[in-house]
Design a protein around this ligand. Structure first.
Ligand SMILES: [Zn+2]
Length: 148
């Protein structure tokens, strides 16, 4: 199929780009988690506080669904599981989703194909949906006063 610019649409290239973008996001999240240091209220890079604040928390004074997730990731990257769970109870689930995603996307970019890769890909979609649903349910419980 020709695009308006005259170049043929290549679905394989689009899939490779998607694998690359997701792999980059996973590697960035894990890499920054390893570089950063987390305290109870903030994240630091070599002692410098991270300037990013949660928009929802800043404007509305409530935690968003992902508040504490960065600190949880950083603590997990440093092997501090208990503290990570206290920052966000689903941080370990999200971390446990991101690590195999990076491996799967790297394998796909290296040319891995076949039924096993298709099944792993489907399992990844299901796991991702389950983790996001759990994060949403946790946030709704927080908003309803059922969870701190
Ligand atoms: Zn937030």
């Amino acid at each position: 199929m020709e695009s308006p610019g005259g170049r043929a649409y290549d679905p394989d290239k689009a899939v490779r780009v998607a694998h690359g973008v997701i792999l980059g996001a996973c590697v960035a999240a894990l890499g920054f988690s390893a570089l950063l240091q987390a305290g109870d209220a903030r994240v630091e890079l070599f002692g410098w506080p991270c300037p990013m604040k949660c928009f929802v928390h800043s404007v509305f004074g409530i935690r968003c669904a992902f508040c504490g997730m960065t600190r949880s990731f950083v603590l997990l990257a440093h092997g501090r599981f208990g503290e990570a769970v206290r920052q966000h109870p689903l941080g370990p689930a999200m971390f446990g989703y991101v690590v195999p995603q990076a491996l799967y996307r790297a394998a796909a970019l290296l040319g891995a194909k076949g039924r096993a890769m298709s099944r792993i890909g489907l399992l990844g979609w299901i796991a991702g949906a389950a983790v996001l649903a759990a994060i949403l349910i946790h946030w709704l419980a927080y908003l309803g006063g059922l969870w701190i």
